[in-house]
Design a protein around this ligand. Structure first.
Ligand code: ATP
Ligand code: MG
Length: 416
């Protein structure tokens, strides 16, 4: 679990703000749920025989003896809340969320025990139009962050429950012939949840499944039409994808569309965004049936990508204007002038010097905070109820100005 220090949080805020703007652009609304839920919710949704439920959850008994779990993901929580508050039945909803998730995994680059996901969930729409919208929204984020070239989309369909059951039989037959090539985890999965073997990260197991039967050959007609519909829409929208018949998800509730955005700029933790359709989950968690599709994006991996690719220069400096206070009794003048600026230009980020000191010391502070504009206030400026403005970048001359001129100059300079 990580601390997020002030320099990093600037990157995070920039990322979060961009995400908020993008989801708003699609008319999605935020759903905030507690980070603790009853353990049962995750067992019933994610599936008993999944990595998450078997070995990754932070589960504890509270003072009443109820078993609670720090949420390892948020789809189940959204469905729980949606059912509880009547948001889903007979309605269409487009929801987003952002916040911490918890999984007791082996920490490594791109894999943490408290991590953050941004996700969207839509309810009440069969698709494939909304499947395409969900993917398009994620693609827009890559565009906003300038990383479209560094991510690629993998797509598959898991079909209906019946199709998956048929496929499961074929897969089990195939894997039973190759038991000697499977690791302990995969052998166990073979008994409990064979599709999960396809998701193994072990290279030997990956080798063993190269010729495994393809899920796509087992699709029911409706799922096949749905998948073709989605592919056609993505083609028309210019969103490139690769059909990967081995793509399954680590959670049991998915059906039909599944997708992942992967990158090779992060080493082995290459999945930055993963999602799909989960038409059965709402009913499974006690609601009236409702189709649903969504995704979750790992924000640490996104931030890491932006840092690795050196794209964080777009992150704004925390301070626009540094206000100095030189000489005797100018402190109050500096504070007053800063407050007036905050009244008139509330979007401007102003840091007022505290702690006194000579010109050299104050300018050093100004330089350190990276503000492109410094306001120099000495006894003369105070006497004349004015200010000197100094531009730290470019060749704009230092100027002495009245307070009114200062306001309009700053407004102009920062192009607000
Ligand atoms: P992986 O295959 O990498 O373990 P997953 O299938 O468990 O991922 P999901 O549950 O689908 O992942 O979560 C969606 C996204 O959340 C992942 O693609 C990833 O970007 C991010 N994520 C998942 N687990 C972690 C973690 N422990 N630390 C950081 N990010 C994570
Ligand atoms: Mg995982």
């Amino acid at each position: 679990m990580n601390d997020c220090l002030p320099t990093d949080s600037a990157v995070w805020q920039w990322v979060e703000n961009a995400i908020r703007q993008v989801v708003a652009g699609y008319g999605y609304q935020e759903l905030r749920t507690p980070i603790v839920e009853s353990t049962d919710l995750f067992k019933r949704s994610i599936g008993e025989v999944t990595d998450i439920v078997e070995k990754e959850m932070y589960t504890f008994a509270d003072r009443n003896g109820d078993s609670l779990t720090l949420r390892p993901e948020n789809t189940a929580c959204c469905v729980r809340a949606g059912n509880q508050h009547g948001l889903i039945y007979n309605q269409q909803q487009r929801i987003w969320y952002m916040g911490p998730m918890f999984r007791h995994e082996r920490p490594q680059k791109g894999r943490y025990r408290q991590f953050h996901q941004f996700g969207i969930e839509t309810f009440g729409i069969d698709g494939p139009d909304v499947d395409a919208e969900v993917i398009m929204l994620s693609a827009r984020l890559w565009k906003v962050f300038g990383i479209s070239e560094h991510v690629s989309l993998e797509l598959n369909s898991l079909g209906s429950n019946q199709a998956r059951a048929n496929y499961r039989d074929a897969l089990v037959a195939y894997l039973n012939e190759r038991k000697d090539q499977l690791d302990e985890d995969s052998l166990r999965r073979l008994e409990t949840n064979p599709l999960r073997v396809l998701d193994s990260k072990n290279p030997d197991v990956q080798q063993a499944i190269v010729d495994a039967p393809s899920l796509l050959d087992y699709l029911d007609d409706e799922s096949k039409a749905h998948f073709e519909g989605l592919c056609n829409k993505l083609d028309a929208l210019g969103i490139a994808y690769r059909i990967n018949p081995r793509l399954v998800r680590g959670l049991d509730y998915y059906n039909r569309t599944v997708f992942e955005w992967v990158t090779d700029s992060l080493g082995s933790q290459g999945t930055v965004c993963a999602g799909g359709r989960y038409d059965g989950l709402v009913e499974q968690l006690g609601g009236k049936p409702s189709p649903a599709v969504g995704f979750a994006m790992g924000l640490e991996r996104l931030v890491l990508m932006l840092q690795t690719l050196d794209l964080t220069s777009q992150v704004p400096q925390p301070v626009d204007v540094y206000v100095t206070a030189l000489g005797d009794s100018t402190e109050l003048y500096a504070m007053g002038l800063s407050e007036e600026l905050r009244d008139n230009l509330p979007w401007l980020r102003i840091q007022t010097h505290c702690g006194g000191g000579n010109m050299k010391k104050q300018m050093k502070r100004a330089d350190k905070c990276g503000a492109p504009v410094v306001i120099i206030l000495g006894e003369n400026e105070m006497q004349e109820n004015a200010a000197t403005i100094k531009f730290m970048r470019g060749d704009k001359q230092q100027q002495s100005v009245s307070k009114a001129e200062l306001t309009s100059l700053l407004n102009e300079y920062f192009e607000h």
